[in-house]
Design a protein around this ligand. Structure first.
Ligand code: IDP
Ligand code: MG
Length: 139
């Protein structure tokens, strides 16, 4: 199991607001190496599968609609302790609770439209990275 990789998406709100460059810059400046990167759009089926763990939650339908309404940027990132350090960099799920200087504090509007995804475990980082990227797209 690779333990120095995580997976991220810059969500549709971040892309709509023109924040791709600023967020990628912050990710790079924080010591993460981008080893896979693409602009893509999830289908409804993709989003349902990606977020299947939340399917019983009341916000599941809203989450699927949000995540499919426009393009996202998907990326695999490499750094020592990547999963935990990236969760620290993005901040709490609700930007109102996110620490100063975190990506969600800087770029997110609400608990639902919160600018970025970050994997929550090494296992999910591998699953989520493989969901979006073929082996030859990972460098
Ligand atoms: P995380 O993205 O910080 O890991 P999760 O609990 O895994 O947070 O939730 C996945 C995504 O679902 C969140 O990033 C957010 O977009 C959305 N979400 C989470 N909680 C709520 C909520 O209470 N209302 C609406 N959307 C939510
Ligand atoms: Mg999560």
């Amino acid at each position: 199991m690779v333990t120095n990789r995580t997976f991220t998406m810059l969500k549709p709100d971040a892309v709509e607001k023109g924040n791709i460059g600023a967020i990628l810059d912050k990710i790079s400046a924080s010591g993460f190496k981008i080893i896979a990167l693409k602009l893509t759009q999830m289908t409804t089926n993709d989003a349902k599968t990606f977020y299947a763990i939340h399917k019983e939650r009341p916000f599941y339908g809203e989450l699927v609609d949000y995540m499919t309404r426009g393009p996202i940027v998907a990326a695999i990132l490499e750094k020592d302790n990547a999963v935990e350090d990236f969760r620290t960099l993005i901040g709490a799920t609700n930007p109102a609770d996110a620490a100063e200087g975190t990506i969600r504090k800087l770029f997110a509007d609400s608990i639902s439209e919160n600018a970025v995804h970050g994997s929550d475990s090494n296992e999910n980082a591998a699953i989520e990275g493989a969901f979006h990227f073929a082996g030859r797209e990972i460098f």
